[in-house]
Design a binder for this molecule. Structure first.
Ligand code: GLY
Length: 371
């Protein structure tokens, strides 16, 4: 076998799909494929809305991946015959009060300095775009280039596409990496099996640092960052665009479903849904879209984002020959899936992988810390 991918979430499956398309023999190992962080996400693809101070290189990567999304989604739909719920719907960020509006002024100025496509909205303009917004909103920012995808349809389609392209799926856990000298040899499995391969990609999200046998210099510096989300459902869409408050986002699907997210909590590997988080998410979302109170509450869920020391992903080769990382995507895993898959497939087949070069795991190893 050429390549083992540890982790069958959106990142692992998309890398597997692209690598198989490039002619590699690929096995993905995951005890519960497609049911990790991507399943728990909301599918808001918002590089401009979620731009943060001091993260310029990450913003570039997010924008590059956003540019790849339309063709990636079209190819995946075509390959699987599935509807991914992919829509170039735009996002409206809204202010609940004068303090929020001052924060939006700052965000808008920052976005303009970066030459991003944004439009400042008065309260009236925001409400004329999205009439379900509360009459109390004080203003907004429109990012018409933002998109969304039904993240659950997306990750299930990736699994189908990968299998159709010849990828083998092993439903078990990788317990340890096997190396010989400085080179990867394969992996050991929880079911007692051993797989050999010339290349191994760690794409196990927040669990990527927990695989045994990885030499210290190549252990990914990722930690779990919990996010709790709510799923609601109504007879018709409450809004057309993604709606973003300072402490909440609301992703309305075209069929009346709505996802409300998300908390950001550092509690280790804890995926309990808490009453306090449900209360806060509903309160914040209801303040922006009061009509939400009429919807059916279908599900409350929690997932673990893989956070890295600089909030940017770890992509590409490590100090161990044949060991690559595709993890640390933090808040942007779904958005960054296309560029990660293309970049890793290129790296696995000896290409230049320029799009991901700035995100080499070696940037941490150089500073004396694990990758
Ligand atoms: N990108 C949204 C989140 O991480 O909650």
């Amino acid at each position: 076998m050429d390549t083992i991918i540890v982790g069958g979430g959106a990142i692992g499956l998309a890398v597997a799909w692209r690598a198989a398309q490039a002619g590699l023999a690929v096995t993905v190992v995951d005890p519960n494929p497609a049911r990790g962080a991507t399943w728990a996400a909301a599918g808001m693809l918002a590089p401009v809305t979620e731009a943060h101070y001091g993260e310029d290189a990450l913003l570039e990567l997010n924008l590059e991946s956003a540019r790849r999304w339309p063709s990636f989604a079209a190819e995946l739909s075509e390959a699987t015959g599935r509807d991914l719920g992919y829509r170039q719907c735009g996002t409206v960020s809204v202010a609940r009060n004068p303090d929020d509006n001052a924060a939006l002024d700052e965000l808008f100025a920052f976005q303009q300095r970066l030459d991003l496509e944004v439009q400042r909205l008065s309260a009236r303009e925001a409400r004329s775009l999205e009439p379900a917004l509360s009459p109390r909103v004080r203003g907004g920012i429109l990012v018409s280039g933002d998109h969304q995808v039904d993240n659950r349809a997306f990750v299930d389609a990736l699994r189908a596409a990968a299998e159709a392209a010849g990828v083998t799926l092993r439903r078990t856990r990788v317990t340890a990496l096997r190396t010989r000298g400085d080179r990867v040899e394969g992996v050991e499995l929880a079911d007692g099996g051993v797989l050999t391969a010339s290349e191994v990609v760690l794409a196990a999200g927040a669990h990527s640092g927990q695989i045994g046998g990885v030499p210290a210099a190549a252990v990914p510096s990722v930690r779990p960052i919990k996010g709790q989300l709510l799923h609601l459902r109504g007879p018709s869409p409450l809004a057309t665009r993604n709606i973003r408050g300072l402490d909440v986002y609301i992703v309305p699907r075209a069929d009346g479903r709505v996802v409300v997210g998300a908390t950001v909590e550092e509690l280790g590997f804890d995926t309990r849904v808490t009453a306090g988080a449900v209360h806060e998410l509903l309160r914040e979302a209801w303040t922006l879209l009061p009509g939400l109170a009429e919807l059916e509450l279908v599900e409350a869920t929690a997932g673990l984002r893989p956070g890295s020391p600089d909030n940017a992903p770890l992509l590409g080769g490590t100090a161990v020959d044949g060991l690559l990382l595709a993890t640390g995507h933090h808040r942007h895993g779904v958005l960054l899936t296309p560029v990660t898959a293309d970049g890793l497939a290129e790296a696995l087949t000896g290409g230049p992988a320029e799009a991901i070069a700035a995100f080499s795991p070696r940037r941490f190893a150089a500073a004396g810390a694990p990758a």
